[in-house]
Design a binder for this molecule. Sequence first.
Ligand code: ADP
Length: 469
Amino acid sequence: MYGESDIKLKIKWLKGNGDLFQRTQRRLTLQYSGLIMLFLVLFIVVVYTLLYMVILRDQHRELEQLTRQETRIISDYLAESARNELQGLESQELVLAGVDQFFYYVTDANGNLVMGSETMPHMQGELFNLVAGWVPKQNEIREETLQVTFDERRIGGREIDEGPKSDTVRLLIDGSPIFYKNQFVGMIYIGKDISFAYQLFQWLLVVLVGLTVLFAGVAVLISYMMSKKAMGPISTAFNRQKEFVGDASHELRTPLSVMLSSIDAIEMTDGVEEDPFAQKLLRNMKSEVKRMTGLVSDLLVLARADSGGVERTLEQVNMQAEAANVVESLVPHAEANGVSLQLKAPDVLFVTGDRARLKQLMYILLDNAVKYSPDGGSASLQLSESGRYWTMKVADEGIGIHPDDQPRIFDRFFRSDKSRTRSVGGHGLGLSIAKWIVDIHQGTISVQSGPGKGSTFIVNIPKEKAVSS
Ligand code: ADP
């Protein structure tokens, strides 16, 4: 029956509508820190990628050099010993060792293993399989990951129990043909252990992630300070404006009350009493001055609320008695508009709160219910309690509020349909004050309404909660 926005609005109020400046500052802090973090993450990604590429390229270069060097050693050895084939070449005759060289294998022209060596002899079969028959293309270097087992790890004939039994080894493998007098005699394959480089990358990643987390905290701190600085002048200006509104409203009240009493006096003056035209003018003046007085006093309440300068008294209030009082005082106004009023409340309902403000809250909501009801309509004020909360429902069968407008009706000076609502008086501040009163009682206010379907304002307030500033 009601618009979807009722729920959203309710959630919004339930979450608490914090101070605008605090919210803006929070948003700014988030945006600033988001931006700083973005640059930080970008920086770290670039540094990591560059390091990764540089270190890997370095390893490639070292392996190529090693392969070139060892190919030359074999070629030179063949030339020296005038051998035109690799078959029968003994490992002992040649020592081919390089830094981090995990294995090297020399094969003859048919691909048979002639000599070789590896750091883990028990894995020879597996390692040789990696390169057997492989003819590398120009500058081709392969990268392989191997699961190695340490079952051969022994010290002085004793097996070592501690430490992992298997590990992942990263290998870079290069191969090069060997020529004797321009004749292809075989291949040499070299595997280089680059696991340490990957360990380095892992450590680097851990360090960089750690730094990112650390800097995230610093970024939030810096952003918070920056946003605070940015908000400073704005909140100063706003505070000045609030003071101005407060002062101006205060100053306007006196001349307005003087005007009102003067109009009363003129009305009773001889000659004026009998002049219908003068009476009409005075009536209009009076109603405008009253409207203005209402506006000024609303402005004053809000200005004081903004600056936290409204005195609040906390006491035990019998809401039933206060509600009866409000309804009674509104009956003449309601009757004049052809609206009937109803009060539904338990015999006594004691709550803790600010009596004057709670009365004002009921007055605002019930006055609106009358204002926005057609002739012959009815409005009700209902009080109830449940658990830790007490509830006030003000319902009418009036014009209702469009779902699009519902989230904005608590905004200052917001009026749904200006042309229509002007005729019923008011200036769009009533619900802002109502919302403020509910807020200081740490309660929630929501509306259920639809165009032509009437409106129900629901207020929930803790029974025992102290009034907040
Ligand atoms: P106003 O002085 O204009 O009544 P309020 O702040 O009290 O100011 O209300 C804001 C707007 O919300 C009103 O202008 C009206 O459009 C809408 N409104 C408030 N209460 C009701 C209601 N009971 N029925 C229909 N519309 C309402």
